[in-house]
Design a binder for this molecule. Structure first.
Ligand code: TXA
Ligand code: MG
Length: 353
C-alpha cells in the first residue's frame, strides 16, 4: 500500500488536506494524525471493518479495545447508554483535552471497536488537526496510538512513518506533540470512578472536580494475579530492545550505582546506555547517555520519554539504565510508562543499603 504523507500547519490545517483525510476515513481507510498527547491511528469507529484494519496495521491483539474520538459533546450521547453526572463535570472541565472516559456502550458501537467489551472509551482531543479530521471523517474516529504494538507511542510523524509506512493510507504530519504521554483514562462503569491509566491530568486534578476516584490496583502491583482493568495496560510495552532497569535513590547513589553497572557491562563486552536528567548527564562515563529533560521541568521529561526510548532502539546498546522520575505532578504517569518499558525491573537503592 502507498502511504501518503502530508504536512500541515498545526494551528491552521489546510482544509483540503483535512477533507482528503476525512474521505479516506469515511470510505473505511486508515489515517494517522497528531493529537495533543501522541499521534493516533484513525479509522471509522462505527465501522467494524475499519477497526479490524487498525488491529492488523498495528499488529495489536484484537481483545485490546480502541478509544473513539469525538469532536463535540452531542456525539457522546449517541455512542453510550448514559453519561453519569460526574462524567459530565469532568467533560466540562477537561474536554477537549487529554482525558478518556469509559461508559457502557450503545448498540451503534461495534464489538470490533471495543475488543468485545460492553463498554466504550471516548475522548475529545484538543488538537486542531485531530478535531478537523474527526469532523471530516464522520465524527467517531477510533484511534489507538499510531505505533506498532509494543513499541513506544509516537510523538512525531517520523515515528509513525517508521512503524506504519506501507500499512495505512495516509499520515498527517502536524509536527511534534505537546504532552507526549497518552491520555488519562477514567472508568465510569465502576461504582467509584477508577483511573485505569495515569496521564497529564492526575488523580488530584480529577478529585478536585468530582471527589473520590480510585487508582486501578493492577497499575500499582506487579503480581500476575492482579491484572490491570484496561486490557492494554497488561502488555509489556514501549519496550526498548535492550533490557532496561530503573534505579531509584538519592542522586549521588544512583549515578555511582549506574556507573559501576556500566563499567561491569563494558568489561563483559556489552554496550550500556543511560537515560538521565539533563543535570546528571555529565556524571556518567563509559555509556551512551541521553538527557531526557531538566529535573524541574516534568513536562519536558514527559514530552521526551518515548522519543528517547525509540532513539535507544537505533543505538546498538545491549543494556540500559534509567534514573527514576517521581516528579510532583506527572510523576505517576511518567513512572507508569517507564516501568512498563522496563518490564517493572526497578532497583531501589534506599532499600538495598
Ligand atoms: O492519548 C491517547 O489516549 C491516545 C491518542 C491517540 O488519543 N490513544 C491511545 O490509545 O493511547 P491506545 O489504544 O494506545 O490505548 C488505549 C488504552 C488501552 O490500554 C486499552 O486497553 C484501554 O485504553 N481501553 C480502551 N477501551 C477500553 C475499555 N472499554 N475498557 C477498558 N480499557 C479500555
Ligand atoms: Mg497505545
Amino acid at each position: 500500500m502507498d502511504t501518503k504523507v502530508v504536512t500541515v500547519d498545526k494551528e491552521k490545517p489546510d482544509l483540503q488536506v483535512m477533507r482528503m483525510a476525512g474521505e479516506i476515513l469515511r470510505k473505511g481507510g486508515l489515517v494517522a494524525f497528531p493529537t495533543e498527547t501522541v499521534y493516533g491511528l484513525g479509522g471509522d469507529g462505527l465501522n467494524a471493518g475499519s477497526s479490524k484494519k487498525i488491529y492488523a496495521a498495528k499488529g495489536r491483539p484484537s481483545d485490546n479495545p480502541l478509544i473513539i474520538h469525538i469532536a463535540d459533546l452531542e456525539s457522546l450521547e449517541k455512542i453510550v447508554k448514559s453519561v453519569p453526572p460526574k462524567a459530565k463535570l469532568l467533560a466540562e472541565k477537561f474536554w477537549p483535552g487529554p482525558l478518556t472516559m469509559i461508559f457502557s456502550k450503545s448498540s451503534r458501537v461495534p464489538y470490533e471497536t471495543t475488543g468485545g467489551l460492553e463498554s466504550v472509551a471516548v475522548r475529545m482531543p484538543s488538537h486542531p488537526v485531530a478535531l478537523a479530521i474527526i469532523r471530516e471523517g464522520g465524527g467517531y474516529i477510533a484511534a489507538p496510538s499510531a505505533n506498532t504494538s509494543g513499541r513506544p507511542s509516537p510523538t512525531r510523524a517520523e515515528h509513525v512513518c517508521e512503524d506504519l509506512t506501507g500499512k495505512i493510507d495516509m499520515i498527517v504530519d502536524g509536527g511534534a506533540v505537546g504532552i507526549g504521554l497518552e491520555s488519562t483514562i477514567v472508568d465510569f462503569t465502576e461504582e467509584v470512578p477508577m483511573i485505569l491509566r495515569p496521564g497529564y491530568i492526575n488523580q488530584e486534578m480529577i478529585q478536585e472536580v468530582i471527589g473520590p476516584v480510585r487508582m486501578d490496583r493492577g497499575l500499582l502491583i506487579t503480581e500476575e494475579k492482579v491484572r490491570p482493568k484496561a486490557p492494554g495496560m497488561k502488555y509489556r510495552h514501549y519496550a526498548p530492545k535492550a533490557q532496561l532497569t530503573i534505579v531509584q535513590g538519592s542522586s549521588s547513589q544512583v549515578t555511582a550505582y549506574i556507573n559501576a553497572q556500566c563499567e561491569k557491562a563494558v568489561r563483559e563486552g556489552k554496550k550500556p546506555g543511560v537515560i538521565a536528567a539533563d543535570e546528571t548527564v555529565s556524571a556518567y562515563r563509559g555509556a551512551v547517555v541521553k538527557g531526557i529533560g531538566a529535573r524541574n521541568d516534568e513536562e519536558e521529561i514527559a514530552r521526551n520519554l518515548f522519543a528517547v526510548l525509540r532513539e535507544f532502539d537505533e543505538e546498538d546498546t545491549d543494556i540500559l539504565f534509567s534514573e527514576a522520575f517521581d516528579t510532583p505532578r506527572m510523576g505517576q504517569a511518567i513512572m507508569n510508562r517507564l516501568l512498563k518499558a522496563a518490564g517493572h525491573h526497578i532497583i531501589d537503592l534506599d532499600s538495598l543499603f
